[in-house]
Design a protein around this ligand. Sequence first.
Ligand SMILES: C[S@@+](CC[C@H](N)C(=O)[O-])C[C@H]1O[C@@H](n2cnc3c(N)ncnc32)[C@H](O)[C@@H]1O
Length: 269
Amino acid sequence: MNDKTPQPPGLPPSDWPELQPGWVWLCGAGPGDPGLMTLHGLNALRQADVVVHDALVSDAILDWAPQAEKIFAGKRGGKPSAKQSDISLRLVELACEGKRVLRLKGGDPFVFGRGGEEAQTLVQHGVPFRIVPGISAGIGGLAYAGIPVTHREFNQSVTFVTGHDQSGETPSSLDWEALARGSQVLVIYMGIKHARVIADALLAAGRAAEEPVAVVSNATLPGQQVMETTLAQLADDLDRSGIEPPAILCVGRNVAMRQILDWQGLQAG
Ligand SMILES: C[S@@+](CC[C@H](N)C(=O)[O-])C[C@H]1O[C@@H](n2cnc3c(N)ncnc32)[C@H](O)[C@@H]1O
């Protein structure tokens, strides 16, 4: 942190909980823009002895805990990520050493974030913990692209889907036909790599070729990119675009709302 690092505002007066020695708080940092961190998250950052964080947590947020040791527990530069069981056990060790442990994850810890698995390990080892939810990329990230995840005109349901499973392949347990028939809007995390397979499966199951699709990468961050396309064009357009993860795919008629609600584009004139 340097002198120019913007400081977050102080916490408003309230009965903020204390992060006690030997505790782990599993906290979501939101999709990237530091302002989307919750006040409970900021309260945790202020107290932590150690912050165990993923790659998707921005440096600006980590800078809000200058006193804390930072332990990186994510995937970087295509290198294999730390084993999930090792990360979970590290949290247990740190807590048993009497540290105030903040486990900080991108988005929400319980949305495709393995927060449930880590919390299970804490329970198994008798480590006290608290869950601090965060704004998930599939909601907040779309909002930054001017896409309401629900809109009464278009959808009364939305389904959050992961585009790959533990093996890195498109999840074989997903019934794409049922998803295509049953959910008006699909919000797909980690879907870039398998976009062609996913689009083909949805088209084969009867979704319209011209159905709107948005790809939002680096949502809420300065490098945010949004690509609007159709289900039939998705894979080819993605290949041409050079868009890289992290990215969210949104399939549904709500995507068309961006034409009028792209608030960042409107501000830019
Ligand atoms: C392991 S999941 C974690 C999801 C996270 N727990 C959440 O609630 O947003 C990682 C995936 O989330 C999505 N994601 C997270 N942050 C994002 C961002 N800033 N922009 C676009 N997609 C993002 C991408 O699909 C990425 O591959």
